[in-house]
Design a protein around this ligand. Structure first.
Ligand SMILES: C[S@@+](CC[C@H](N)C(=O)[O-])C[C@H]1O[C@@H](n2cnc3c(N)ncnc32)[C@H](O)[C@@H]1O
Length: 218
């Protein structure tokens, strides 16, 4: 019923999060989306941006995927429903309210194929011994990419956890002032990844997709 009525008038539920501010869960045109004050956070255009990124990878043959920034889990839905991905997904999220939204509003729940970890993504990539075929970096607070996504140390960790021939997808958002930092990372890690840069995906975001190259012997 809510779905049907949302074609006529959208309805919004507001949920307070100490980390992400007010989260708005809105039924609109037959779909539920999550927004923060200034950004679409899950489902909606964010979901289409990551779907575009995944279409540039080997997702159909991947066996495991790491998501940094679960949000309400729209990329999990994309993987399962659009790419029929049946491998293992590990998702890191440090806002427990957001994890509850994923669970209660979208039925995104830890199970045999999805491990949701409440914790800091930067610590996780630093400490894990696991390797992944695809790593998705989608770490925002409202409209801003987390600053540490532009650090050399973070990308060194990403280099070690992505398998050779695997991919990293980085949603760099739509803040043009970050272009120089992004280009610095692309330059610094160009021997590790074959990067492609896509601008104005869904008329907004810059998306980086990098294929992990074999180690070069100097
Ligand atoms: C745009 S949302 C992610 C949307 C999600 N990928 C999806 O598919 O729907 C960004 C998320 O990153 C999370 N986040 C930001 N910094 C983080 C960090 N250091 N560690 C873990 N999660 C973080 C935020 O709490 C927020 O839920």
């Amino acid at each position: 019923m809510k779905r049907f009525l949302s074609y006529i008038w959208p309805t919004t539920k507001r949920i307070e999060s100490a980390v992400n501010g007010t989260l708005e869960v809105t039924w609109i045109n037959g779909k539920k989306v999550v927004d923060t004050k200034n950004a679409n956070y899950s489902y909606g255009s964010l979901q289409r941006i990551l779907k575009f990124g995944l279409s540039k990878t080997n997702v159909s043959s991947a066996s495991n995927i790491l998501i940094l920034g679960l949000g309400a889990g729209s990329v999990v839905q994309t993987l399962r429903e659009d790419f029929i991905f049946e491998g293992e997904i590990t998702a890191i999220e440090y806002d427990e309210v957001m994890i509850a939204v994923a669970e209660n509003e979208f039925n995104i729940i830890s199970d045999d194929s999805l491990e949701i970890i409440l914790g800091d993504a930067f610590l996780y990539v630093n400490q894990t011994n696991n390797e992944f075929e695809i790593v998705i970096i989608d770490l925002f607070i409202d409209k801003d990419v987390q600053e540490a996504c532009y650090s050399i140390g973070f990308w060194k960790s990403i280099t070690t956890i992505v398998k050779t021939g695997g991919y990293v997808i980085f949603n760099a958002g739509f803040n043009n002032t970050e272009v120089a930092k992004l280009d610095k990372i692309i330059e610094a890690f160009k021997l590790d990844f074959n990067f492609q840069k896509f601008e104005k995906v869904e008329n907004s975001s810059t998306l980086i997709v990098g294929e992990k190259l074999p180690k070069t012997i100097l």
